[in-house]
Write a protein that binds this ligand. Structure first.
Ligand code: DAH
Length: 342
């Protein structure tokens, strides 16, 4: 037993002296294993407790515990010291100067097309419209036939179409959504449908891909008067309160009577300038009272219900608002140009 006590005391002395000298984490771990690990020196002594006479065991046991906790205490003090040093080092080397001025970051912005679309949606939703969507690859039936444009109708020539098959095409007008909504909805309803449209056309005022927003209201006793009041208000909200609105008779197969709507030129406010070719006004959308035939094709009783509709070009709206002479500049994505659009 005396031998064992001696042994323990010398382990303690040796361990504490070694720990004191350690200056890195790795060696500290090795020392930990060396004394306290499964194969460690102190563990070996514990195993030898079997051979200690039972009356001596408490004394030896107490000593083993004392030595163990002395070594553990010293090791954890060292560990703490290393952690503190590591933290101090990290704080010193990874210093962030929060007063340093930030680097110049270029901000993105919303493109004119979604900007106008969102503005229009806001105005219409405020007026009680529901926003709906429709497919861009459309059937000839919904795009033309159901809108009272039968095969060989001359107005098809105005909408040079991209056909996918004989009866499927890229929609030429968001009016196709009207056909679908009329077929599935029960009046009364008020919908708008913004989206992409396609025509085989390309010059300074036409792009093969462009955007429209369709509007449709069906109810009892809906008239041209309601349409005019609503459009006038809508144009004022879109182009500014001082805007004058002008209605001209027109023709569309799906409306009867049909109108075209002009707004006073935002550039010269009606005085006459280059943008409006001296007329003071710019044509902005087509509209009209829904042709009863269109209602009947969709299975709606045209004696009970009437409706009005309008279709508006989004690019055209932006061109008018910003006096842009060439539509194609909108798709060139020159940030300097796009940033100026309202
Ligand atoms: N779909 C027509 C076009 O693309 C625009 C239009 C005119 C839509 C009159 C309408 C409308 O809903 O009533 O030229």
């Amino acid at each position: 037993m005396a031998n064992m006590i001696e042994n323990l005391k010398s382990i303690k002395e040796k361990a504490l002296a070694e720990i004191l000298m350690i200056s890195d984490k790795k060696t500290l771990n090795e020392i930990k294993v060396k004394y306290l690990g499964k194969q460690g020196e102190l563990t070996a002594i514990l195993r030898g407790m079997r051979d200690v006479a039972s009356e001596d065991r408490p004394k030896v046991g107490a000593l083993v515990n004392e030595v163990r906790s002395a070594i553990e205490g010293q090791i954890s003090a060292k560990e703490e010291k290393f952690a503190e040093e590591e933290l101090a080092h990290a704080l010193a080397s990874q210093k962030v100067d929060i007063t340093e001025p930030s680097k110049f970051v270029k901000r993105g912005a919303i493109h004119a097309i979604p900007m106008i679309t969102d503005k229009l949606i806001d105005i219409c939703v405020d007026m009680g419209f529901t926003v709906v969507d429709g497919p861009e690859v459309e059937t000839d039936y919904y795009n033309f036939e159901a809108m009272n444009i039968p095969k060989n109708h001359p107005s098809r020539d105005m909408q040079d179409s991209f056909y996918v098959t004989e009866n499927i095409l890229l929609r030429t007008q968001t009016s196709a959504v009207q056909s679908r909504e009329l077929e599935t909805r029960k009046p009364p309803f008020k919908i708008i449908s913004p989206g992409k449209t396609y025509r085989n056309d390309s010059d300074s005022t036409h792009s093969p891909v462009f955007h429209q927003c369709e509007g449709l209201v069906v109810d009892e006793n809906v008239s041209m008067a309601d349409l005019k009041i609503m459009l006038a208000e809508m144009m004022k909200r879109l182009y500014g309160q001082g805007t004058q609105v002008r209605f001209r008779p027109s023709f569309f197969p799906f409306t009867e009577p049909s109108i075209e709507v002009d707004v006073s030129c935002p550039n010269c406010h009606g005085e006459g300038c280059k943008t409006c070719k001296g007329t003071g006004f710019l044509e902005i959308l087509g509209a009209g009272v829904v042709n009863p035939r269109v209602l009947e094709i969709a299975g709606i009783d045209s004696k009970k219900y009437t409706g009005f509709a309008f279709g508006m070009g989004i690019e055209r709206t932006s061109m008018v608002l910003n006096s842009i002479p060439d539509l194609r500049t909108m798709f060139k994505n020159d940030i300097r140009f796009l940033n100026q659009l309202k």
